[in-house]
Unconditional design. Structure first.
Length: 541
């Protein structure tokens, strides 16, 4: 009898190809995130590095109009190939440069494209100045002289001219700081006090005394401002035109072509600190972003303080007290669906519920004398924080429920067996053991809330905020004030700026600081989480 020989079955390892596919997807994701971060960091950091300024002499064109500029000075910010057809005056595959020429008040533009075929020569004169101004962006030129208020003139060729100019610019900066102190702090405090007195219907004598102080301070600020306009700095464009600039309009100046590596490094940190600590100017394309950083931090902190209690209490009730059934399942489905609602919908809800309904009721009860001007019935940092808290509360609820469910049943039973009540068990055993998971939800909520922009546009964020939510004026913390936000600042620079080319570097720099702020907040929460995890780590947990 012939034995039935059967071929052995080929045993294949199942699932191994899928492991490779998953690892490849992870690698691609990490590569994309790394590339994006490298792009943001490189473009953002380059904003602060002082590049050399070139003097570009163009070839004489017989068809040139009288308005054409034969010589330009500027930083070469981009170089690219210009594809042509090899006909006319443009050769095939010619290069073109984008120059930041500054002097927008003189030229009408800050950037200019130049064909390399039209360039006769390029050099880097050491005498070129980059002048940071209060308005119209940077000016680039060579110094000509000083016309001082006492009638004296100092030419640029005179000994000690640079030192004298530096001293006068510092003096003008101190004067400008004094003006800001008078107008924002002293006059602002008086204005706030007068508003409160009028709301309380105080005697006219008290209001009149404050009004007299207000007029004295306003006259002092006006006098300081006029003093700054009398000292004039003269400079020449590379084409030869001489222009004048009041010293109170100069923020800083330097000679980029004279700087060595350490000089550039010092200038880099100077620009970096100025960007962090100064207020924005020139439609947000110049100056710093401190109000936006502060506003983002305060709003994220208030959002976290509002969302944590509500989210944790809701999760404790759903997991520990509510009878598990159809109703609780519907609530969980609703919470999960809330996490997918577009953020602009929360903004509309916040505008209608928080601003118009609750804020309007507060004004009717406590600020009736200030109406029709709203106090809380308009957008502010409080309503923005509550709106984002409402948007991120599903994240906290889901994370807290999962953390509570991860606590072993034996730990609960042991606590109850020792005579503890249900609430004591939750308070002393369950919550400490699940603290790390709860803080993980907070980290996710902060990361989402800090970067949201759409709802904030409806409930309190503005392009320029005259005052910070926290200052030295009573009651010190002003929840009704509008605020600036880094995310909205990026949107405004990228899509609303009148000079998109000048705003492009600022977009990357602001994005870099938004990422750094979110990372800093998350790291703080992570450190607290790890500390709690080590504190409550036991064999049972």
């Amino acid at each position: 009898m012939t034995a039935n020989l059967q071929r052995p079955k080929v045993v294949r390892t199942r699932g191994e190809p899928y492991v490779w596919i998953c690892s490849m997807g992870l690698a691609i994701g990490l590569l994309m995130v790394t590339a994006l971060l490298l792009l943001i960091v490189s473009q953002g950091v380059s904003v602060f590095w002082p590049a050399k300024v070139a003097r570009v002499t163009l070839k004489v064109d017989p068809k040139a109009t009288p308005g054409d500029i034969p010589v330009l000075a500027g930083r070469i910010v981009k170089e690219q190939h210009r594809t042509g057809h090899g006909s006319g005056d443009v050769p095939a595959d010619a290069k073109e440069w984008q120059l930041f020429v500054g002097n927008r008040d003189a030229y009408g533009y800050s950037f200019k494209w130049v064909n390399s075929s039209d360039v006769a020569s390029v050099d880097y004169p050491s005498e070129l100045l980059v002048i940071e101004r209060m308005g119209y962006g940077d000016a680039i030129g060579t110094p000509a002289g000083l016309d001082l208020a006492d009638g004296s003139k100092i030419e640029a060729s005179a000994p000690g001219f640079t030192e004298r100019l530096t001293a006068l610019v510092k003096e003008a900066g101190h004067r400008q700081a004094e003006i800001e102190k008078i107008e924002k702090k002293e006059i602002g405090s008086l204005s706030s006090r007068m508003v409160h007195l009028k709301q309380r219907q105080a005697p006219e004598a008290e209001i009149a005394a404050l009004q007299a102080q207000y007029e004295v301070l306003a006259a002092k600020a006006s006098q300081l401002r006029e003093r700054g306009k009398t000292d004039i700095f003269r400079y020449r464009l590379v084409a030869g035109e001489e222009r004048v600039l009041p010293l109170d309009q100069i923020v800083d100046f330097y000679r980029p072509n004279e700087l060595g590596f350490f000089g550039k490094l010092g200038r880099f940190f100077h620009h970096f600190w100025g960007f962090l600590s100064d207020e924005p100017r020139e439609a947000n394309t110049e100056g710093g972003i401190f109000p936006a950083i502060f506003g983002t931090f305060v709003m994220t902190l208030l959002m976290s303080m509002a969302v944590m209690p509500f989210g944790i209490v809701a999760a404790i009730y759903l997991r520990e007290y509510a009878k598990q059934g159809f109703t609780v399942q519907l609530v969980r489905i609703a919470v999960n669906n809330l996490a997918g609602v577009p953020s602009i919908v929360f903004g509309v809800f916040g505008l209608g519920f928080f601003v118009y309904l609750i804020g309007g009721a507060i004004d009717d009860v406590f600020f009736k004398s200030a109406l029709p001007t709203p106090t809380f019935g308009t957008g502010g940092v409080l309503w923005a924080s509550l709106t984002l808290a409402l948007m991120t509360v599903p994240v906290i609820i889901v994370a807290t429920e999962e953390a509570l469910a991860a606590v072993p049943r034996g730990a609960r039973e042991a606590s109850l067996a020792c005579g503890a009540s249900k609430w004591q068990t939750i308070q002393r055993v369950v919550l400490p053991a699940s603290a790390s998971g709860i803080l993980t939800g907070l980290i996710l909520a902060m990361a989402r809330g800090a970067g949201e922009v759409a709802p904030l546009m409806l409930v309190g964020v503005v392009k320029i905020a005259p005052s910070l939510p926290l200052d030295g004026s009573f009651p010190f913390f002003h929840l009704d004030r509008k605020f600036m936000h880094l995310g909205f600042h990026i949107y405004d620079l990228g899509f609303q700026s009148p000079d998109s080319e000048a705003a492009k570097p600022m977009v990357f720099a602001t994005t870099l600081f938004l990422i750094l702020l979110v990372v800093l907040l998350n790291l703080s929460a992570i450190l607290i989480r790890e500390r709690l995890r080590r504190k409550y780590a036991t064999g049972a947990f």
